[in-house]
Design a protein. Structure first.
Length: 753
């Protein structure tokens, strides 16, 4: 057997991802989803697919340049077979996108929202867009004729173009001369190309109504013949080219004297010049024009995708904003603002609170503000001597970066281990690294092929008792924008063992030591693999002892062959394995003698499921880790990732509570079947649960009731403000005589569960 891998319980990574993106697209057909939210899901599907072509398909095309076969260890397919399978799988997805988009257009019309074609316009509207074309579009167009003097131009990655096949129109006298000297010249076809300008809005709002729109490429397409007035247009189409975007740092020669930022800047420029991997056409494409374009772009027929829906769906968000709020509001999700965490008292310094008890934030249900406040307090605290942090993606307007710069300006030693190769965020990270350096921060960069994807921050204080530490670990980026869109966890602790590991981690990173050993945290590419295998073995051992073995995992993706084999081993031993995997899932479930005890579900909803949770064992014995790492080969073996244990019992119970809600989701949750496709998660037929909505409502109720309790506490403090030991009690501690159970007592009073 080629490859020699047991593929009975695994599926191809790329095909699994396409299944996931189809699941995203299906939200546009879900009656529970608001109409304008459906438009967003089609845009997400489109942008996901474009990135997939740039990176995954692009890398496979790179592999076809190799002489040897590269075998996928999940399916035993070589690189060419994978490309063929991808292209075949994509055809029905384009058809489904067209269907859902056209259905949505009809649904939006019921609410007075119209995204129109030129043929649907009234006479007055048609004249209006023609005037717009003449006065605002034509002056900035750069049309081109392709002939012997003007070669086929470089088509920019992801830009829209109108391409025309034309024939020159001559006056009678010229025609006679041409017929006398060159009879065939008159019949020669020319190619015209017009770039749809990116400087213009992607759509035009008609003056006849605030909710009547037409896309800019449709206007250019409609009046393109006016640009080539001496030509007869035989055929014209709207097209988009996607290029290989999988640039690697080893694609550019550099030595030890080369500035790493300069290298990454060069790679970013290179991305838009790489080989095309896809040609998309909206509407129809003339056969001769089709043959010409494929030849010029060096693409095969399989790389051509023709659809009826818009090629670039990026107009969705701007169009939604342009619709009057009284019309759009009922067609969108109700606004939600991340709530204050019940664990963090807004009246006290975060640094003081974390000394008393570990703190925990659950994004986007709870606000990131305490984390930002922690950094600001550290910047101003005279006892703080240093802040060390890993950075993968920052917001465009980053308060995190501003606080780090503020700390450096205040004389703190600030070190940021920054990853410049965060895909499609390279430019943003280069800009922020420059900003931080100018503020006095020390910037360390990644380690070549090993990306720094961990999320850890270490604050060091020097007091009369010696060095003291606050360690913060998260599952998601230090990014205020995504903290409102992605589900993630953040924990702050003064645990001495975790702090010692954090100190060792940053020291190891400073000298490029990637194989460090740690007592508490697990770090890839070395100790995490060892730690995970040990934790799985512990559950196998429990089964051998006649006890229940249980593993519950929450991941974005799983594709690592060795890890899947270990989970299969645990399943065969009788360990019960329950997983939530949002995206790529190369592990097939319920395969006889392989994965019979493994069940996997996926949740796609309002927010992007992003946190990674590893839970081994049940009840009080459970060992819980929060992590930045998925179970993918790149995360476990080619990245710097961290998994941090949760020791605080209240936080452990809260995480288990959140996981229980997610596993019960039977509205947005889908089970992954033995073929790798998604099917409805039946769950409890008597109770319909949408986990994200439940967690939103819980966060709101907790915040409301916590505020009521704090106000009551303030009234009580006027009578007895200080306890005998001189320490103020927090609102949840004061609700129980047993401090360890205070948090649960607080939750019970909030929800009575």
């Amino acid at each position: 057997m080629r490859g020699g891998h047991d593929t009975s319980f695994t599926q191809n990574r790329e095909l699994s991802w396409l299944n996931f993106n189809e699941r995203v697209l299906e939200e546009a057909d879900d009656p529970l989803v608001k109409p304008l939210e459906k438009l967003k899901f089609i845009e997400i599907f489109d942008s996901n697919l474009t990135e997939f072509f740039m990176i995954r398909v692009g890398s496979l095309y790179d592999l076809t340049l190799e002489e040897m076969e590269i075998i996928d260890n999940k399916t035993n397919m070589n690189q060419r077979e994978q490309i063929e399978a991808i292209m075949t799988r994509l055809r029905p997805l384009y058809e489904k996108k067209d269907l859902y988009y056209n259905n949505l257009l009809q649904e939006l019309k019921e609410f007075g929202i119209h995204i129109l074609d030129p043929k649907e316009l009234t006479e007055e509207e048609y004249k209006e867009i023609e005037d717009y074309f003449d006065n605002f579009i034509t002056p900035i167009l750069s049309p081109q004729i392709v002939d012997s003097f003007h070669p086929f131009p470089h088509l920019v990655n992801k830009d829209l173009y109108v391409v025309l096949r034309m024939r020159r129109i001559y006056g009678p006298e010229v025609s006679k001369k041409l017929q006398k000297n060159d009879i065939t010249y008159e019949k020669k076809d020319f190619i015209g190309i017009i770039t749809v300008p990116n400087v213009l809005p992607s759509f035009y709002t008609l003056s006849s109504g605030e909710t009547r729109f037409i896309l800019t490429e449709k206007i250019v397409h409609e009046f393109a013949s006016k640009i080539f007035e001496h030509y007869e247009v035989k055929a014209e189409s709207i097209i988009r080219v996607t290029r290989n975007g999988d640039v690697k740092s080893d694609d550019v020669d550099f030595d030890f004297d080369t500035d790493y930022k300069e290298l990454m800047t060069e790679l970013i420029k290179k991305r838009n010049r790489l080989q095309p991997v896809r040609l998309e056409v909206q509407g129809s494409l003339d056969k001769s024009l089709q043959k010409y374009l494929l030849n010029e772009l060096e693409l095969k027929q399989r790389n051509l995708f023709i659809c009826e829906s818009p090629l670039a769906m990026g107009f969705a968000y701007g169009m939604i904003d342009a619709i009057p709020s009284e019309i759009s509001a009922p067609l969108l999700n109700s606004p939600f603002k991340p709530q204050p965490s019940i664990m963090v008292d807004p009246r006290k310094r975060v640094m003081d609170q974390v000394k008393e008890k570990d703190l925990f934030l659950s994004y986007p249900y709870e606000s990131m503000e305490p984390m930002i406040r922690l950094l600001r307090e550290a910047a101003e605290d005279p006892e703080v001597v240093s802040i060390k942090i890993t950075i993968y993606r920052l917001a465009n307007h980053s308060q995190i970066a501003e606080q780090l710069a503020y700390a450096a300006e205040n004389g703190k030693e600030v070190t940021a281990l920054m990853e410049l190769k965060a895909r499609f965020d390279e430019e943003n990270n280069i800009e922020w690294s420059t900003y931080l350096e100018e503020a006095g921060c020390k910037i360390l960069y990644g380690f070549g092929e090993y990306k720094v994807h961990s999320k850890i921050c270490l604050i060091t204080k020097y007091t009369d008792r010696g060095y003291e530490y606050i360690t913060q670990v998260a599952t998601g980026n230090y990014n205020e924008k995504t903290a409102k869109l992605y589900t993630d966890f953040c924990m702050m602790t003064t645990h001495e063992g975790i702090a010692k590991d954090a100190v060792k981690f940053f020291n190891n990173m400073a000298i490029g030591e990637l194989q460090g050993e740690y007592e508490h945290i697990m770090v890839s590419p070395y100790s995490m693999n060892i730690g995970l295998e040990k934790l799985i073995d512990e559950e196998i051992q429990k089964v051998k002892q006649g006890r229940r073995g249980l593993i519950r995992l929450k991941l974005n993706s799983i594709s690592d062959r060795k890890t899947m084999e270990k989970l299969s081993e645990a399943s065969q031993a009788g360990v019960e394995i329950k997983m939530i995997v949002r995206g790529i899932c190369c592990l097939l479930t319920h395969i006889k003698d392989r994965t019979e005890n493994i069940s996997i579900m996926s949740i796609v909803g309002r927010y992007l499921e992003h946190h990674r949770i590893y839970c081994f064992g049940e009840d009080n014995e459970a060992k819980i880790y929060i992590s930045s790492a998925d179970f993918m080969t790149r995360n476990l073996r080619r990245r710097l990732e961290i998994a941090c244990p949760i020791y605080d019992e209240d936080i452990k119970r809260e995480i288990i509570h959140i996981m229980n809600i997610m596993f019960a989701d039977n509205l947005k949750g889908r089970q992954i079947n033995a073929e790798g496709f998604f099917e409805a998660n039946i769950g409890d037929p008597e109770q319909k649960i949408e986990s994200q909505k439940v967690l939103m409502l819980e966060a709101i109720e907790k915040a409301k009731k916590a505020e009521v309790l704090r106000k009551a506490e303030e009234r009580d403090r006027e009578k007895a403000p200080i306890y005998s030991h001189g320490k103020e009690k927090s609102s949840y501690e004061s609700m129980s005589k047993e401090p360890k159970k205070g948090f649960i007592a607080f939750l019970k009073r909030l929800f009575k569960f």
